[in-house]
Design a protein around this ligand. Structure first.
Ligand SMILES: [Zn+2]
Length: 410
């Protein structure tokens, strides 16, 4: 199966052309049976010309010559203007060849035809929307996809396309509506994604300093699913309101569920928020400090055995110039984990150098260099492999939600 799929994609046009040829032959035979209006001789000549053209076109497609294939298909349209599948094939060919405007004019001409059936008209409208979408005409794509939905709401692919556009453009209100639509047409569980979208909405309010609206959207987010991003934002709201006991409790909960997010939690809650309220900024910083201290003193058994948690503690301590304490924690961990990862070893060596423990630094470096594999990025997508320095809840490349994986940068 795995090798068939890429091949199909590679030769999609050829496959389409062959299918069309088969359909035409089929129609020819059916018409022959029922005795269509055209005289037999005329029909035969059309069929012969068409088969020749489709065979030529198929040949061109197989050899990868899309331009010549399109020419052949165009002449087929001249021969029999009622062959609607030919138009669709042609539109698809133009689009995949990057000739969006030609594809658009073909699909528009189909929609405008009087003789066309409603199902074909809907299909042409859908194709037109995809043309706009692929051509980067976002507004027109949205409008046309919506026109399709007005005719028939039960169009999963169309709703998915709209979701993608709204999420790309960070229009979270519309993205939310689309995901709700998607769950109504039976697309499997959207709760986690909807939660993320509502958190994005809530974040915008947070940045503006509108904490009340932020809280409301966040409540909604939790109603759908308690996603990590929702919990981190709630933690920030606790720091705003000064509810430190709840904040500590929540921090512990997130760390126990997702220890790998340890470092990110602190990066995220330390981000500046846009408010002119200097008083609030100050008290936020002070509360953040209390939370940091609470984290550094955490001695929960599960947590201190997590490499991510240890590394986060070490880095926080180093930021505060407490390299001695950082070293103690890391050394304790290294002693218990003989086969620790390269990143832990590098961090350890850095501390050894900083603390002037030259001999041990040299010894450790030797061991490390013998089997060092360079790692390039801190974050990557488990679905498509997209690499990034910054954190993403939705992968910018494959658009999946929460596929992020961590790899510590050396
Ligand atoms: Zn991805």
């Amino acid at each position: 199966m795995e090798s068939v799929l890429p091949w199909m994609q590679e030769h999609l046009l050829a496959v389409v052309a062959i299918l069309i040829t088969i359909v035409l032959v089929y129609h020819y035979l059916i018409e022959k049976e029922t005795g269509a209006k055209l005289s037999k001789r005329y029909r035969n000549s059309i069929f012969e010309a068409q088969s020749k053209i489709f065979l030529n076109a198929t040949q061109y497609l197989i050899s990868g010559n899309k331009d010549l294939a399109i020419k052949e298909f165009l002449s087929a349209v001249d021969i029999n203007r009622e062959t609607i599948e030919t138009y669709f094939a042609l539109g698809g060919l133009f689009r995949s060849n990057g000739e969006i405007e030609k594809a658009i004019s073909i699909h528009r001409s189909l929609i405008a035809r009087e003789s066309i059936s409603e199902s074909h008209r809907l299909r042409a409208l859908k194709e037109l929307a995809v043309d706009f979408d692929k051509g980067g005409f976002v507004d027109k794509a949205i409008e046309t996809y919506r026109d399709v939905l007005k005719i028939n709401r039960d169009q999963t692919e169309v709703i998915q396309a709209l979701c993608r556009i709204y999420e790309d453009t960070e229009d979270w209100d519309q993205a939310y509506n689309c995901r709700i639509m998607l769950s109504k047409v039976g697309q499997q569980n959207q709760a986690e994604t909807i939660s993320h979208i509502l958190v994005q909405k809530a974040k915008q309010h947070f940045e503006k300093g509108d904490f009340k609206k932020c809280e409301e959207d966040l409540e909604d987010a939790f109603r759908f699913a308690p996603s990590v991003s929702a919990k981190i934002l709630r933690l920030k709201l606790f720091l705003v309101s000064g509810d430190l006991e709840q904040g500590k409790f929540l921090l512990l909960e997130i760390l126990k569920e997702h220890p790998m997010y340890a470092s990110f939690i602190f990066v995220s809650i330390a981000e500046d928020f846009k408010t002119n309220n200097e008083e609030l900024k100050k008290s936020y910083q002070a509360r953040l400090e209390v939370l940091r201290k609470y984290f550094l003193e955490m001695d929960d058994k599960d947590l201190i055995s997590s490499a991510s948690v240890v590394l986060s503690k070490v880095r926080l301590l180093k930021e505060q110039g407490m390299s001695g304490e950082a070293f103690d924690i890391l050394k304790g961990w290294m002693d218990n984990n003989k086969n620790s990862s390269e990143v832990m070893k590098v961090e350890y060596i850095k501390l050894l150098i900083e603390l002037q423990k030259k001999d041990e630094a040299l010894e450790q470096t030797k061991g490390l260099l013998q089997n060092l594999h360079q790692t390039l990025a801190k974050h990557y997508c488990r679905q498509c492999g997209y690499n990034s320095d910054s954190l993403f809840w939705r992968c910018p490349q494959c658009h999946e939600w929460e596929t992020i994986q961590f790899r510590w940068k050396v």
